[in-house]
Design a protein around this ligand. Structure first.
Ligand SMILES: [Zn+2]
Length: 288
């Protein structure tokens, strides 16, 4: 989640209620048999590059696929997050979500923001308006950064990048470039906002109900699910990364925020489900 342009969200073409439901079930690892299976996922929101095979993404159709296969989990999350913002943005901000593709690559691939690889991690590139993810990053997140390997840890990463796409659509991404380092810098505020936006998605992902019956499609996330997301948020905190790399912590050079701040802003979004709580520029200090 480093890199020049770790930000961004956009919308997807109109998902039907049934599609949305199935997608959400799948993504969050609920047994899709409750809903029945079928062509739930839309692999068309994801492009292949650098060693992945777009035709192979067609195998990703159900929640069971997402449980079994990390690439399918990325696709399901992309579908879910975009379906959420497509619905939420007109309601909350009177804005239309702009559909945003993810490039699901393996190894490395060029982007308009430089070479994408797991040495920079997943990012959103505002120059080509694409999210770049190598599904192998989740093993890096666990093995090198110490996050747990729960599904919501991985989904948080994807939802965070779509948070940056949303910021791009709202004209907020430039604030990271104007003030690039420090514990309360524009860059850190942009990153923590993306964490909060990921939390808002996570909150609502468990709330979507069947239009006809009013029955919720998903069990609420468990504490264990949320802990997984929090472990990922903490693992990519600047202080954790600096300490592991150099044994020192230097807030003056932070670009993404501390482990505690990243957890706090994700939780703010998750607990309230309120986009309005994600205005990290409205507070004196984002780490307080
Ligand atoms: Zn980011």
């Amino acid at each position: 989640m480093g890199g020049a342009a770790d930000a961004g969200v956009s919308s997807s073409a109109g998902a039907s209620g049934a599609l949305l439901v199935a997608v959400l079930l799948v993504v969050l690892g609920v047994d899709p048999s409750i809903l029945g299976t079928g062509g739930a996922y839309d692999p068309g929101q994801v492009e292949a590059a650098g060693g992945t095979d777009e035709d192979a993404f067609e195998r990703c159709r159900t929640g069971a696929d997402a449980d079994a296969d990390v690439e399918c989990r990325v696709i399901g999350t992309v579908n879910s997050v975009q379906a959420f913002w497509e619905d939420e943005l007109p309601r909350a901000l009177d804005r239309e979500w702009q559909p945003t593709q993810t490039v699901l690559y393996a190894g490395s691939t060029p982007s308009a923001c430089g070479t994408a690889s797991n040495s920079v991690g997943p990012f959103y590139c505002p120059s080509d308006r694409l999210v770049y993810v190598d599904a192998d990053f989740f093993a890096v997140l666990t093995d090198r950064f110490g996050a747990d390997d729960g599904a919501l840890a991985q989904e948080y990463v994807v939802a965070h990048e779509y948070g940056h796409a949303l910021q791009d659509q709202l004209g907020l991404l430039g604030r990271a470039q104007e003030d690039r380092q420090g514990a309360d810098s524009g860059a850190v505020r942009v990153e923590l906002m993306a964490d909060c936006l990921a939390g808002v998605w996570a909150h609502h992902a468990s709330e979507v109900t069947d239009e006809d019956t009013g029955v919720a499609f998903l069990e609420p996330l468990t504490r264990e699910d949320v802990d997984s997301a929090l472990s990922a948020a903490a693992a990519v905190g600047d202080d954790r990364i600096q300490e592991a790399a150099t044994g020192r912590v230097d807030p003056e050079s932070w670009t993404h925020g501390s482990a505690a701040s990243r957890q706090r802003w994700f939780l703010d979004g998750y607990e309230t489900g309120d986009l309005g709580r994600c205005d990290t520029f409205a507070v004196d200090s984002v780490s307080g």
